[in-house]
Design a protein around this ligand. Structure first.
Ligand SMILES: Cc1ncc(COP(=O)(O)O)c(C=O)c1O
Length: 430
């Protein structure tokens, strides 16, 4: 496989853009090698600037649940563009998408659109603080909620990949209200409530995808809900990644636990930059211009992005079998990988919900970030390089999640499993 053109492109990009990338995890730092520069995507495939083709299990880190260049999303975007790119004034498209989003979740009456997941979470936290009149927040080690200052503490994903759990440039004063607990460990949350009587909200990825793929245990979420109720603290489900990926109706439909607030991103924009946060009326009424909590955005509710999101969610809603079909395909993939690994004596932990899947090279069940850190990172890096060479594009960090799109066929899954088996065979031959 030649990567000459990508190598050249990366070299030039590095002279103009820090690290050659506009988001750190793209840089392949944790797996080594150079990032592949993409020329185009079509259905399940990516083609790079050297002409290599890959089955894409990253899908722009989640948004593209229908694969690349989905016809109905593309058509909706082109139609919207013909009417103008941005107005900075209300459009019908915003209300239409809001109606669709609100109809999917029992827990929210109103939603506000922003342009990224980071913005959605940052705004939701401000609203939670404004609503409760409290300052402290609880987050879980290994959960990632975007790169705003107060949340860049023990975050998973890119921040971990670089061994920078927090970042220089974030004053200690800005994170002193951020309390940390361990995922799937209710005692650690109780400890936070003992330490502070001033907790505005607990924020969690109910189906975590930024320390590898680790769904929260149902019992843990139930206990978390109960604790928040006792203390008058808001529970925020950050479903920027899992929203419209694990199911149409959020983690609340899978676990039965309802949050007070919800943050969304990725799929909600169908590939365009959209984030959102929502809550019941009483909470949303605190938001400007209805209430005193300020939040704004020049391009928020952008009409082209709204059109893409509306097309994507409409399509998701129409196919009632979609998530079960994707889940069985994702399960088939990880079960096949597990069988292939075990045949050569490699232990691997697997999981899949809806169109999200994950695997850890680990002997024991992975329930939290500490467990995830005991995985064989070296083996993962070798796996990543081997699969890339064979035409399978997996996320370039073991702390990420895999995604299946509707464009990925059973035959592609079989091919992926076959390549996995040959990887483990090669490893066992030394
Ligand atoms: C759970 C979660 N929250 C927030 C974010 C931040 O979203 P964005 O990258 O759109 O700012 C991400 C990004 O991956 C995420 O996975």
């Amino acid at each position: 496989m030649s990567t000459q053109a990508s190598t050249k492109a990366f070299k030039e990009a590095q002279t103009l853009i820090p690290g050659g990338v506009n988001s750190p995890v793209r840089a392949f730092k944790s797996v080594g090698g150079i990032p592949i520069f993409i020329k185009e995507g079509e259905g399940a495939y990516l083609t790079d600037v050297d002409g290599n083709k890959y089955v894409d299990f990253v899908q722009s880190w989640g948004p593209l649940i229908f694969g690349h260049r989905d016809a109905s999303i593309e058509k909706a975007v082109i139609e919207a563009v013909k009417h103008g790119l941005s107005f900075g004034a209300p459009t019908l498209a915003e209300t239409e998408l809001a109606k669709l989003v609100v109809s999917c979740f029992d827990s929210i009456d109103k939603v506000r659109f922003v342009s990224s997941g980071t913005e959605a979470v940052m705004s939701a936290i401000r609203l939670a603080r404004g609503f409760t009149g409290r300052d402290d927040i609880v987050k879980f080690t290994g959960c990632y909620h975007g790169h705003s200052d107060a949340l860049l503490v023990e975050a998973g994903s890119g921040a971990v990949t670089f061994g920078n759990p927090s970042s220089p440039g974030v004053p200690a004063d800005f994170t002193k209200h951020t309390l940390l607990a361990d995922y799937n460990d209710i005692e650690s949350v109780k400890k936070c409530f003992e330490d502070s009587k001033n907790i505005a909200c607990v924020i969690i990825e109910p189906i975590a995808g930024n320390m590898g793929f680790i769904p929260a245990q149902k019992r843990f979420l139930e206990e978390l809900r109960a604790l928040c109720d006792i203390h008058g603290t808001l529970l925020i489900f950050d479903e920027v990644m899992s929203g419209f990926r694990a199911s149409l109706n959020g983690a609340e439909s899978i676990t039965g636990v309802k949050p007070d607030m919800l943050t969304l991103g990725k799929v909600i924009g169908g590939g365009m930059p959209v984030g959102a946060f929502g809550a019941r009326n009483e909470i949303m009424a605190m938001l400007s211009p209805e209430g005193p909590v300020y939040q704004a955005g020049t391009l928020s509710g952008n009409p082209v992005a709204m059109a893409a999101g509306f097309a994507a969610l409409t399509k998701l809603k129409e196919d009632t079998e979609l998530f079960s079909t994707l889940e069985s395909r994702a399960m088939k993939l990880v079960e096949g990988m597990k069988k292939a690994a075990q045949a050569y004596g490699v232990e691997i932990q697997i999981n899949a919900i809806g169109s999200m899947f994950g695997f850890f090279f680990n002997e024991n069940e992975v329930l939290n970030f500490a467990d995830a850190q005991t995985c064989d990172a070296e083996l993962f890096a070798k796996f990543h390089a081997y699969m890339l060479e064979k035409g399978f594009y997996f996320a370039c960090s073991l702390y990420e999640t895999g995604f299946i799109s509707t464009a990925v066929t059973d035959a592609m899954v079989d091919e992926t499993i076959k390549a996995t088996a040959s990887f483990f065979k090669e490893q066992s031959n030394g």
